[in-house]
Design a protein around this ligand. Structure first.
Ligand code: NAD
Length: 497
């Protein structure tokens, strides 16, 4: 472990990381892969090896789905009342809250997220579990239908084993967004965490066993996307699959689910816009957008990565942002003074730097150059924030970069700003910035995406649906009552009178 750490690792974290092999967790047991293969995960901030993890093969995935199906049929989990399941899920949430400090360190080390943000992700997890456990108590499970000539009612029933494929940018938070509604509804789960960040998911699986969630309700198959992930997507035993990640892989997952006619939910990437009018407080808005683009080093699907700024304030606003971005302290994720940590791995750093190069080669102006950030004594994957500007057909203006990079352009009218916002294949989260609420709401309603935010960005709140349209998602999104309803199948029961 790096000697440059300012924060001491907790003994529980040291003990967890000391495991020689972090094995998959299926049916309440640690399982090796059938061919004994493993892979390594690394600390993105130091480059050092963090853990050796079992690389589960397609046959191992198939077995885990059988376990989840058998548990669904035979453990009693699916038949429990929402109150009884809720008691256990609250116990899980409480235990995660008690161990927030431990899980936050594991998460921070595994994905390079600065520690304070990891603490926030763990809090989001236990609040998600509580939100859905409570919501399940208040949804009608049986509704009488007033139809003449028939006695009729509908019931809501859990689907069965559900598959989850999760990315590396919010491993634990997104685990909660998937498991929360699915478990509250009475399903069982097989989870494929990203190969860069499997550790917090494995920790959670063990914790779930400790709090009394029946073995086989939560199963974790660690492994590589192209093999383990592909086997999850292709398995016909799942009754529901949820994928969060890139549109490219999402398409492959949806194709595989389509062949099995398995319902599939996709939460994908984005290229969000922030429309900044000339009546804003320049300093405050610059502060919030700089915070948004540097949050988790820009590896956030709904980030504002295109900033459209009213021409009247363009120069002043851009100048303010440049000054603020130059002052962002880049450093190790467990150093409390760091404001921005590394990106997750070398491939991601090359991706960010590659987009900067290609953007400039296609004619963008580098207002703030970005590039590799050197942190003394650490061989991590650090990049500096960057601002590009220029024509909007530029590759850096059109494609998701997934780093601390924003593409800027001026606008002259409300209509023009809306057209610029909607000229994208994506549709996840946009924002409009103005104190004029009539204008804000008018613009917000015309932005084509799952989420329009006013005077804020990256706002995901329990109870508010969060999802994407177009290349950003399919299947309804997460975080609200609609999500819980997705994890039940409907059954109509009818009798002629
Ligand atoms: P990714 O698509 O490369 O990987 C996501 C997951 O899919 C990982 O677990 C990976 O192992 C697995 N995978 C890879 N290849 C696979 C295959 N062929 N078949 C099945 N599974 C496979 O995405 P990433 O790089 O981990 O994450 C970044 C992307 O996720 C970005 O596009 C980001 O915008 C998106 N994202 C979206 C949301 C949302 O809520 N909309 C949230 C977080 C991240």
């Amino acid at each position: 472990m790096s000697t440059t750490l300012q924060m001491e690792l907790l003994p529980e974290v040291e003990a967890f990381l000391a495991k020689p092999i972090h094995k998959a967790f299926v049916g309440g047991q640690e399982i090796d892969s059938s061919n004994g293969e493993t892979f390594e995960t690394h600390d993105p901030g130091s480059g050092e090896k963090l853990a050796t993890v079992s690389n589960m093969q397609p046959t191992d995935v198939d077995k885990s789905v059988e376990v989840a199906a058998d548990t669904f049929e035979n453990s009693g989990w699916a038949e429990m009342t929402p109150n009884d399941r809720g008691v256990i899920l609250h116990r899980l949430a409480d235990e995660v809250e008690k161990r927030q400090a431990i899980i936050a360190q594991i998460e921070s080390l595994d994905c390079g997220k600065i520690h304070s943000q990891a603490v926030g992700d763990i809090e989001n997890f236990f609040k998600t579990i509580r939100y859905f456990a409570d919501l399940a108590l208040h949804v009608q499970h049986r509704s009488v239908l007033p139809v003449s000539g028939y006695e009729a009612f509908t019931v809501r029933l859990p689907w069965g084993p559900c598959g989850f494929i999760i990315p590396w940018n919010f491993p634990f938070l997104l685990l909660g967004w998937g498991l929360g509604p699915s478990l509250a509804a009475g399903n069982t789960a097989v989870i494929k965490p990203a190969e860069d960040t499997p550790l917090s998911t494995l920790y959670l699986a063990h914790l779930a066993q400790e709090v009394g969630i029946p073995d086989g309700v939560i199963n974790v198959v660690t492994g590589i996307g192209e093999t383990t992930g592909a086997a999850v997507a292709a398995n016909p035993g799942f009754k529901h699959v949820s994928f969060t990640g890139s549109p490219e892989v999402g398409r492959e997952v949806a194709e595989k689910c389509g062949r099995n006619l398995t319902p599939c939910k996709l939460e994908l990437g984005g290229k969000g816009a922030a429309v900044i009018f000339d009546d804003i407080d320049i300093s405050e808005t610059a502060h919030k957008l700089v915070e948004a683009i540097t949050f988790h080093t820009g590896q956030v699907c709904c980030d504002a990565t295109r900033w459209f700024i009213h021409r009247k304030i363009y120069d002043k606003f851009v100048g303010e942002c440049v000054d603020r971005l130059k002052g962002v302290k880049i450093g190790y994720q467990l150093d409390d003074s760091s404001q921005m940590g590394p990106v997750v791995n070398e491939k991601q750093r090359k991706r960010v730097l590659g987009y900067l190069e290609r953007g400039v080669a296609e004619g963008a102006e580098a207002i703030l150059e970005g590039g590799t950030a050197d942190i003394p004594d650490l061989d991590g994957h650090y990049v500096k924030p960057a601002l590009l500007a220029g024509p909007l057909d530029n590759v850096a203006a059109r494609e998701e970069i997934f780093g601390p990079v924003a593409y800027l352009a001026p606008f002259d009218s409300e209509d023009q700003a809306i057209k610029m916002t909607n000229d994208t294949d994506y549709g996840l989260g946009n924002s409009v910035w103005t104190p004029d609420m009539a204008k804000a709401q008018r613009v917000a309603e015309q932005m084509v995406a799952g989420n329009s935010w006013i005077n804020g960005h990256n706002l995901a709140v329990h109870g508010i649906p969060y999802g994407g349209v177009n290349k950003s998602g399919m299947g309804g999104g997460v975080g609200s009552i609609e999500t819980l309803l997705d994890y039940w199948r409907g059954l109509s029961i009818v009798r002629p009178l």
